[in-house]
Design a protein around this ligand. Structure first.
Ligand code: SF4
Length: 159
């Protein structure tokens, strides 16, 4: 099974806590005004890579992992399988998405990712709520969510 990826960066410090392997997935349908990377919207702008090839790079780096983009949840089926394998390898996973946590929980397709990631940074980028002093997010509406503690609908945020 394959995923469309824009790039994989080894050892970032800006996409979550600590040093991380960041995987930027191609494709996004949120069209936020002021998006930092409109080139990421086209899913065909990325290259195809297998789950096992991504996993190998993650294991070689031996770092925790961040899914970013684009919106990783556009490829939720293969993403879920990748996340399962990364968790089996003992890594912590953060996932950025333009969907809100409430939208994810309400959607049978999207919610498949929840058992396999530790943190979701949710919601679209809203230019009028932009704040450069926020940790790990661009606008005030976005939240850094502890997934396990939020599955009952009572959202627990970090930072
Ligand atoms: S969700 Fe992220 S990548 Fe997608 S349009 Fe919004 S800011 Fe850009």
């Amino acid at each position: 099974m394959k995923l469309k990826v824009l790039k994989i960066i080894d050892g970032t410090t800006v996409d979550g806590t600590g040093l991380r392997t960041s995987i930027y997935f191609a494709g996004c349908n949120h069209q936020c005004a002021g998006c930092h990377n409109p080139q990421s919207w086209n899913i065909d702008g990325g290259y195809e890579i297998s789950i096992d090839d991504i996993l190998q790079q993650v294991i070689e780096n031996d770092l925790d992992v961040t899914f970013s983009g684009g919106d990783p949840l556009l490829q939720v089926e293969p993403l879920k399988k990748l996340a399962e394998k990364i968790k089996d390898a003992g890594k912590n996973i953060w996932c950025y998405t333009g969907y809100t946590f409430e939208e994810i929980i309400a959607d049978p397709e999207l919610k498949q990712i929840l058992p396999h990631v530790d943190v979701i940074v949710d919601g679209p980028f809203i230019q009028s709520q932009r704040n450069i002093s926020l940790h790990f997010r661009g606008s005030e509406n976005q939240r850094v969510i502890d997934v396990k503690r939020s599955l009952d609908g009572q959202i627990a945020t970090l930072y």
